[in-house]
Design a protein. Structure first.
Lengths: 294, 383
């Protein structure tokens, strides 16, 4: 038996390189309260909170210990899940499992990053540490520092990812122009998203191609920015979600269904995950991930 | 309750100050031992939840290179960044949701590489407390101890009696780090003073250690073992920040315990349960835990320790394994409590077995002054 869970509200801050108007706690609370307002739940109706960010990037260890109060976490179960770059997704999974287990009915999931609180964006120093153990292992096996620097492995996330990019390009025949196109598409789409950090309307692949080469094949334009921002979702049991849906509010209805990501879908037959058809609606059309207004 | 969950296997390391092993080796040994204890193969495990913190491990995304060591390669793996008992809870949720059947929970800390007390400074409010720079976890615990003692009239001797009991119990536990049989109250009172009234022997030692647990659904548990230990109730709760809460009590533990008791259908914990394994990083915390768990009235923790009810041979033993005062690999400590409770229920606690154990409490905590608490009710017989 699998319990269904639904996302009944979302909230996020605008993402930008420096949020000087908020401290970390205020930024997280901004997203949390937006999500709760969107879901039309009061903080008292939230049974549990799942939080996560990259440890140490904002310079605070276990930040939910002090910012728990800002998101009304006092005397509530607050679970911290962190899995590096996948933290946001893992936190969403945590909220799903909290509801699907039947232990909690309405769960708030929160993820954030405030890079500007670190002296330099954590994405460089922090991620270098990921490979550090292996680099030392390479030293033990006789790799010299000069060779190491020559491999540009010290370029942290970008330095490591370029091997993957090169390998992929070699195998697939993809060229650097294609990377330019991907980046340009993302920036053009970003221009339509009010929350996006990089919003460049009419960005062309040529614009990206003119940016500085960081480490072949990556140009500056190919690399994601380090943003300050927080996002939140409210996940609720099917019963609560349906109740909210039938609530005679003209502006909203819930459309999204929470599923766990790839791992769970691999482990269970897809048919079990097929969303139950909402009453009075055609099931032939796939449900739009964006919220439709009546 | 959607799906009943049982503990079907477990293992822990020999906790010591310096393991002389890499983190990966330590974790691998423990996970392998847990699977062997359960008698299952790595292929039969559906999901893995680990617990550790990047600060304590001294590296970013500390779980990435552990996925092979914990047997999570190409499996649905996640990491809880707090005590292992919260990881057990998350794994339990994953099983209860019906998506998974067998889960491995792993928690570890190598405190010899990174001093946990140093890290505690970074968990403080970065805008004020950290700038002032006088507080750390031991100082905060000392403030808590003094507030508790002043309010309820507990004395330093009461605190010392907790250490005498737990360190004495640890002497019979082969995995404990600080074994001190025949310790006296005077010796504890004469140990080095860190922050009044916290002394060397009334606070937990710095340990390396790891612990792993195998959880399964009812159906799988019956296939795997004939002695499953059922998780009958759970509760966990987070308290407000240090400055915004009543430090002289453990409000969040009281709420967590209440939820766990409700789930397990327990009205009178003292008479319906047989013993408890609790995480007491400092002696005074054990007295506060007695009260929050409802083993005695508020402020009567001192009476409980004085009467000897919670001794290993007493009516309601608390920490027969020696508790966190015996060994404290920070993130693993809560999970070790679960393992020790399961061990007693299965009658496998060689040398420190309590007689007639049916149901037990296991408690894990995390944060300054036990800010977060998780409570488990374990039982041998299906409820």
């Amino acid at each position: 038996m699998l319990n269904n869970a639904a996302i009944i509200g979302c909230g996020q801050t605008r993402h930008s390189s420096k949020h000087r108007e908020w401290n970390l706690a205020e930024m997280v609370a901004e997203a949390a309260f937006k999500a709760m307002e969107d879901a039309e739940v009061t903080p008292n109706e939230v049974d549990a909170i799942v939080v996560g960010n990259m440890q140490g990037f904002g310079g605070v260890a276990q930040p939910e210990m002090w910012l728990g109060d800002w998101v009304m976490g006092e005397h509530k179960p607050v679970l911290r899940i962190t899995t590096g770059g996948t933290t946001g997704g893992s936190v969403g999974q945590g909220a799903y499992y909290s509801v699907a287990s039947g232990l909690y009915d309405t769960v708030l999931a929160l993820a954030w990053e405030k890079h500007s609180d670190s002296k330099e964006a954590g994405a460089t120093t922090g991620l270098l540490h990921v490979a550090l153990g292996n680099l030392f292992h390479a030293f033990n096996c006789g790799l010299s520092l000069k060779t190491l620097l020559g491999t540009t492995a010290v370029g942290a996330a970008a330095g490591v990812a370029l091997y993957q990019a090169k390998f992929y390009m070699h195998r697939s025949g993809c060229r650097i122009e294609h990377l330019d196109m991907v980046a340009a598409k993302a920036r053009r789409n970003g221009a339509k998203n009010p929350y996006a950090h990089l919003q460049i309307p009419n960005c062309t692949p040529e614009d990206i191609a003119r940016t500085e080469m960081v480490a072949y094949p990556f140009r500056f334009g190919h690399i994601c920015p380090a943003s300050d921002g927080a996002s939140a979702i409210v996940v609720a049991s099917e019963k609560t979600a349906r109740k909210k849906e039938s609530h005679p509010s003209p502006t909203r209805r819930t459309r999204c269904r929470a599923r766990t990501t790839e791992a769970s879908e691999c482990s269970t037959p897809p048919s079990r995950w097929a969303p139950a058809s909402p009453p009075g609606r055609s099931t032939s059309r796939p449900e739009s991930p964006t919220r439709k207004r009546k | 309750m959607a799906e009943r969950v049982a503990i079907v296997g477990y293992a822990q390391s020999r906790h010591q100050f310096d393991m002389q092993m890499t983190r990966e080796d330590m974790v691998f040994e423990v996970c392998k031992a847990a699977l062997r204890h359960a008698g299952i193969l790595r292929e039969e495990v559906d999901t893995v939840v680990t617990a550790s913190t990047d600060y304590l491990d001294g590296r970013t995304i500390s779980n990435v290179f552990l996925s092979m060591a914990v047997g999570a390669y190409l499996k649905d793996e996640s990491k809880v960044e707090e005590d292992g008992s919260f990881a057990a809870l998350y794994a339990m949720m994953r099983i209860m949701s019906g998506a998974h059947e067998v889960a491995v929970v792993e928690a570890h800390t190598q405190a010899s590489t990174f001093n946990p007390h140093q890290v505690s400074f970074y968990t403080l409010d970065p805008l004020f407390d950290r700038q002032v720079g006088v507080m750390n976890d031991v100082a905060a615990a000392a403030i808590q101890a003094r507030m508790y003692m002043d309010r309820f009239g507990a004395t330093e001797e009461d605190l010392a009696m907790v250490s005498v009991k737990n360190l004495g119990n640890a002497a019979y536990n082969p995995n404990a780090q600080r074994k001190m049989a025949g310790l006296s109250v005077d010796e504890v009172m004469a140990s080095k003073l860190y922050y009044d009234p916290v002394r060397e022997l009334t606070m937990s030692p710095i340990s390396d250690g790891a612990c792993a647990l195998v959880l399964a659904t009812e159906k799988r548990a019956r296939q795997i073992t004939d002695r499953p230990v059922w998780i009958q109730g759970v509760g966990f709760c987070h308290d407000a920040y240090l400055r915004d809460r009543d430090l002289s009590g453990l409000g969040s533990l009281q709420i967590a315990a209440g939820k766990a008791y409700d789930m397990a259908g327990i009205k009178e914990p003292m008479s319906e349960l047989d013993f408890a394994e609790v995480t007491e990083r400092f002696s005074h915390e054990e007295l506060m835990i007695y009260e929050a768990l409802g083993l005695c009235d508020k402020g009567r923790g001192k009476a409980l320790i004085r009467s000897g009810v919670t001794d290993a041979g007493g009516e309601f033993p608390v920490n027969p394994s020696g508790g966190a005062l015996g060994a404290d690999p920070v993130c693993a400590t809560g999970l070790i409590r679960l393992v020790e409770a399961a061990k007693q229920i299965r009658g496998e606690a060689d040398g420190y077995q309590i007689e007639d154990v049916g149901r037990a409490i296991a408690h894990g905590q995390f944060g300054l002054c036990a800010q977060k608490n998780a409570v488990f009710i374990l039982g041998g017989e299906p409820c």
